[in-house]
Design a protein around this ligand. Sequence first.
Ligand SMILES: *[C@@H]1O[C@H](CO)[C@@H](O)[C@H](O)[C@H]1NC(C)=O
Ligand SMILES: *[C@@H]1O[C@H](CO)[C@@H](O)[C@H](O)[C@H]1NC(C)=O
Ligand SMILES: *[C@@H]1O[C@H](CO)[C@@H](O)[C@H](O)[C@H]1NC(C)=O
Ligand SMILES: *[C@@H]1O[C@H](CO)[C@@H](O)[C@H](O)[C@H]1NC(C)=O
Ligand SMILES: *[C@@H]1O[C@H](CO)[C@@H](O)[C@H](O)[C@H]1NC(C)=O
Ligand SMILES: *[C@@H]1O[C@H](CO)[C@@H](O)[C@H](O)[C@H]1NC(C)=O
Ligand SMILES: *[C@@H]1O[C@H](CO)[C@@H](O)[C@H](O)[C@H]1NC(C)=O
Ligand SMILES: [Cu+2]
Length: 644
Amino acid sequence: MLLSIIYFTLVLLSVFINGNSEDCLRTCIKDEPPKICYYKFTIEFYPTNGLACQFCTPTSTQGFENSTDLCQCIVSDGVEKTVLSTNRMVPGPHIQVCKYDYIIVDVENKATGLEATVHWHGIFQEGYQYYDGVPYVTQCPIPTLNTFRYQFQVKQSGTYFWHSHLAMHRLDGQYGPMIIREPVEDDPNSIFYDEDDPAHVILISDCLHQLSTDRYPGLRQRLPGQTAENILINGRGTFTFPNGSTTNIQLETFHVKPGTRYRFRLINSFTTVCLAQLNIEDHPLLLIAQDGSSIKPVYVNTIVSGPGERIDFVINANRTVKSYWIQVRGLGECSETEINQLATIQYEGTPEEGNSTAPTHANGLPRGILYNPLQSNCTPNNVSICPSNLKTAEPFDDEILNVEADVQLILPFWFHHFDSSDQNDPLFSSDPDHYPTFFVAPQQVPLQSLIDNINFKFPSAPPISDPKGHEDFCEGPNSNYCNRTASNLPCSCTHIRHIPKNALVEIVLYDKERLPSLIHPFHLHGSHFYVLDMGRFEDNRNITTSDIEAVMSDHQRRLIGGVYDQPSQKDTVLVPQAGWVILRYKATNPGYWFMHCHMDYHSATGMQMIFHVGEDSDLPPKPPGFPTCGSFEAAINANFNEQE
Ligand SMILES: *[C@@H]1O[C@H](CO)[C@@H](O)[C@H](O)[C@H]1NC(C)=O
Ligand SMILES: *[C@@H]1O[C@H](CO)[C@@H](O)[C@H](O)[C@H]1NC(C)=O
Ligand SMILES: *[C@@H]1O[C@H](CO)[C@@H](O)[C@H](O)[C@H]1NC(C)=O
Ligand SMILES: *[C@@H]1O[C@H](CO)[C@@H](O)[C@H](O)[C@H]1NC(C)=O
Ligand SMILES: *[C@@H]1O[C@H](CO)[C@@H](O)[C@H](O)[C@H]1NC(C)=O
Ligand SMILES: *[C@@H]1O[C@H](CO)[C@@H](O)[C@H](O)[C@H]1NC(C)=O
Ligand SMILES: *[C@@H]1O[C@H](CO)[C@@H](O)[C@H](O)[C@H]1NC(C)=O
Ligand SMILES: [Cu+2]
C-alpha cells in the first residue's frame, strides 16, 4: 500500500514536471498499463478578441498540441465579448486518453464572484461517484480562489466532453472535448476507417454576444428570449452584423489525405434551445457510434443533433481533390433566426477555400437521408433514421427486453405558464417567502420548467455526502412533501426517485405540451440507456395520460412479441415534439444521478431530477476532507435579548 502510494506520487510528480499530458494522447495498445493523465484547468472571465490577439493567432489544434507555444487569444466569431475561459481557451483543453487511464484534473476557479463545477458528460463514474460534477448533488460548488481535484478512472471508450454544470456557464465557454480511445482490435467498427486522430474532433457550440445571465430570467423589451446569436465550430466562425459586414475569422479546417477514411467525432455542446444540423458537401456520413456506444453502421447525409449528443461518423476522402464545405445550421428556434456556420474539409494539395459558393441557412447543402428527424413517427423509412431504428454493435443482454421492468418511471415534462390574470397563480406577491423560479421565454411569457409536475429545487448541500441535502426530497407529485405544500403553483422540491441496485428500469419521457420549435434533449448521468421506442402524434396534440397508456400497450405487445432487436444505446436523447421516448437500462451503478433537459435555461428553471440508485452503503467512502457547504441558521444569540 505504502509502496504504491510512493509510486503514485512519483508518477504524479513526473507528470507534473512534464507539465502536461501529451503522452496520454497516443495510439492505444492492448494490455498496455494505464497512464495517469494530469490536467490543470484555470477558469477565468476573459475577453474574446482582446489584447492577446495583437500578439498571436491561435491554431485550431492548440487544445491538444504541445503546450509550449500557447496563444492566449480567443477569436470566437470575431465579436468582442466576455467569456468564461479555461486556460484562456474556448473550447478548453482537450482530454484525449485511452480506456482505463486515470484522469486527474485540478480545477482552479479564478472567475471572481462565480462558483464552478465540471461534469464529465457521459462518463459513468462507477467507483468515483463523488466526481460527477453536479453542484449540490455530488459536490459543493467550487468557490472563487479554490481548487477542486477531480480524479477518476475511465472504464469506457468513445466520444465525450466536459462542461460546467453550474447555471448556464457552458454557454459562456466552459466546455471541451473528452475522447477516450481503445485498442483498434476492440472497436467493432474499426474496419470502416483508416484514421482516428485528434485533429478530426468537431465540437459545435452555440453562443450569445453577452453573458448567459444577461438572458436569465430574461428581458421582455430589449433582446427577449434566449435564442443563440451564432454557432461556433471548434470555437471559431464568422458573424454577419445587421449592417451586412462580416467578421474576418479564419474558418476551422479539417485536413484529409485523398483516398483515406477518417473517423470524425462530432460533439454537440449547444446550450440554448437550438438544435444543430450538420452536412458535409458531397460526402455521405457513415454513422458508427452515438454517445460513446458503437452501432451497426448506417449511411446518412445529414446529422441532426441536440445539446449533449455525440455522433461518430466516417467519411471517405475519395472525391475530386479540392476543398469542401462543412455546414452547421441552427434548428428549432434557431431555424427562425437562421444562424449558420461553416468550416472546410481540405484535401491535401489544394487551396484552402472551396470553389463552390458558401452555403447559407436558406440555401444550404442538400439534406438527403437524415439522422434524428424532428418531425417523424420513427417507423422505419427511407428518408430518416431515429436512434430507435438503430442496432447496437456492443454486446447485448436480452434481459433488457424482459416483459416486466422492475421499476417504471413515466415522466411527462412541460412548463407552468404564469398567468398574471389569475390571482391564485402569482409570480409576484407581497408574501416575503414567495419568489418562484422563472424565465422569460421568447414569446415573453414567464415560464417555470417541470418534470411530472415538479419544479426541481436544489438542496443546500449535496445529498451524496451530507444528510442536510435530503431535507427537501420529494418522490413525485403525490409525495408527502408535495401534499404538505398545498398551493396553486407546482410543487418545488428536490425531486428524487429511489431505484434498487441492479433493477431493470424503464423510463418513459413525453412532451406533454407542444410549444413552437421546442424539442428537448434529456440526459442521464451514470449510465447509458437503450432506446427501445420513440415517436410522436402526427396531429401535434398535447399528450394526455390515456394517449401514453395507448403507447405503452403497443410497447407491451412488442415486448411480448419479441419485436425489439438489439436496440441502440445513448445517454442523451431528443424527445420528439408532441412525442415520447421509451428507454431501459440496468441500474448497476449506485449513486445520485442527475436526469435533466440539456438546454440549460430549462434545467436551471427546474427541468431536472435525481435518480438515486442503491443505498448509501453501496457507495465508496466519502473522500477524506471532501468539502462541505449548506445553510448556516444557528439559534439566535441569546445575548441579543439581554442588551435591551
Ligand atoms: C509533443 O512533444 C513530445 C516530446 O517533445 C513529442 O514526442 C510529441 O510528438 C509531441 N506531440 C505533438 C502532438 O506534437
Ligand atoms: C457594421 O457594424 C459593426 C458592429 O456594430 C461595426 O463594427 C462595423 O464597423 C460596421 N461596418 C460597416 C461597414 O458599417
Ligand atoms: C467513395 O466512398 C463512398 C463511401 O465509401 C462510396 O460509396 C463511393 O462509391 C466511393 N466513390 C468513389 C468514386 O470511389
Ligand atoms: C472546382 O475545382 C475542381 C478541382 O479543381 C474542378 O474540377 C471543378 O470544376 C471546380 N468547380 C467550380 C464550380 O469551379
Ligand atoms: C422512398 O420511398 C418512397 C416510396 O416507398 C419513394 O417514392 C421515394 O422515392 C423513396 N425515396 C428515396 C430517397 O429513396
Ligand atoms: C397526496 O395526495 C394525493 C391526492 O390527494 C394522494 O393520492 C396521495 O396518496 C397523497 N400522498 C401521500 C404520501 O399522502
Ligand atoms: C397545447 O398546450 C398549449 C399550452 O397550454 C396550448 O397553447 C395549445 O393550444 C395546446 N395545443 C393543443 C393542440 O391542444
Ligand atoms: Cu428543455
